[in-house]
Design a protein around this ligand. Sequence first.
Ligand code: SAM
Length: 190
Amino acid sequence: MRFPLFLIASAAICGILQPCLVQPCVAQQFGGAENLAPYVPTPQVLVEKMLEAGHVKAGDVVYDLGSGDGRVVITAAQKFGATAVGVELLPDLCRKAQDRIRALGLQDRVRMVEGSALHVDLSAADVVTMFFTTLSNERLKPNLEKHLKPGARVVSNEFPVRGWKPTEVVRVRSGKMEHTIFVYEAGRLR
Ligand SMILES: C[S@@+](CC[C@H](N)C(=O)[O-])C[C@H]1O[C@@H](n2cnc3c(N)ncnc32)[C@H](O)[C@@H]1O
């Protein structure tokens, strides 16, 4: 029997990662305390829906926290005319994204930061996208609340930010799966 990739990914994130976050010794297997989620790429159709849900427009500055292979930041620049910054903890993924950005000639509009989303300065962001877990979103909240300017949007794939009131919840059907996108706006979080 074959399982859809997204089902396996969700099981990995929900079933394996969340307990790891409350058991530091197990969390080490996923790269230590800074690691908020394993690498699970977002399907391209959902990447575009997330950027649409965040009302990304030409000239906006988009940060993707945990940017993986760079697909969100690349799409933000290519299809939405944004300037984008990917923040990725794992050096190999960061390099892979940088190679793609260079190959596509997007260096002037997309850059990668190798580091932790928990500490990065987000004050320039008009839109922040992310795909972690509910527990990880909880850990990110102080950094988001510290830096985000009023009106900046936070778009979270699949997992809500507890304690924040979404301005929009978008459901997206892709094949047999239904995905949920949570949208928040700084200044209207509670
Ligand atoms: C579920 S994947 C999402 C990848 C990409 N955003 C996408 O939607 O295709 C989560 C990513 O976050 C990265 N990550 C985990 N903890 C992080 C942290 N503290 N700071 C930055 N990136 C992190 C992982 O290495 C992984 O690439």
